[in-house]
Ligand binder design. Structure first.
Ligand code: URA
Length: 210
């Protein structure tokens, strides 16, 4: 994958995303749609995983069958909304290792501050997929990628549901080596940092909080 930004325009992804955007969609339905879209996005992001072959005996004969090669990939959820994407991706790649990065925004400096960091070992040998549904300002995403690089990750991809042009630009500037895969590049951010047209607060919508 060489492009910095990939928008997955598959009809099923786009249809499900439109349902998620609708403010009348219930929490349960929102969660279900997010899980389904995550699986479709995971299909796209894992397209170029390295392969090898393994001897398999079918009922008919022996064959060299294609199987995944290399170390298990690492999925890193950027808390808390990342967990909504994580579940669907894990269903598709159940053997993946899983980590969590927790960041909050300091009210005075407006900079991301780390409150939790737990990741699988051997990040340097793994494809690392960081997941967060909303790439808005890009500040927390860029900070999370900084932390993953400090922990040794060299092959990182960023998976989100929606991206704002501001967030893509911030990531491109801070981490041009990290491809972004998203279901939509929306128009802009508003004054409060929400993606427009967006879908509101992804965490609140998936967990039923306010
Ligand atoms: N985070 C969200 O949950 N929604 C936005 O629109 C922006 C950031």
């Amino acid at each position: 994958m060489t492009e910095h930004l990939t928008v997955v325009e598959h009809p099923l992804v786009q249809h499900k995303l439109s349902l998620m955007r609708d403010k009348a969609t219930s929490t349960a339905e929102f969660r279900r749609l997010l899980r389904e879209i995550s699986q479709l996005l995971a299909y796209e992001i894992t397209r170029e995983l390295p392969m090898t072959t393994q001897q398999v005996e079918t009922p008919m004969e022996m064959m060299d069958a294609p199987v995944l090669d290399g170390k298990k990939l690492a999925l890193i959820s950027i808390l808390r909304a990342g967990n909504g994407l994580l579940d669907g991706v894990l269903e598709l790649v159940p053997s993946a290792r899983v980590g969590f990065v927790g960041l909050y925004r300091d009210e005075e400096t407006l900079l991301p501050v780390q409150y939790y960091f737990k990741v699988p070992d051997g990040l340097d040998d793994r494809l690392v997929i960081a997941v967060d549904p909303m790439l808005a300002t890009g500040n927390s995403s860029a900070a999370a990628i900084d932390l993953l690089k400090q922990a040794g990750a060299t092959n990182i991809r960023f998976l989100c549901l929606l991206a704002a042009p501001e967030g893509v630009a911030r990531m491109q500037e801070a981490h041009p080596d990290v491809p972004i895969i998203t279901a939509s590049l929306d128009r802009c951010l508003n004054d409060q940092g929400y993606i427009i047209p967006g879908l509101g607060d992804a965490g609140d919508r998936m967990f039923g909080t306010k």
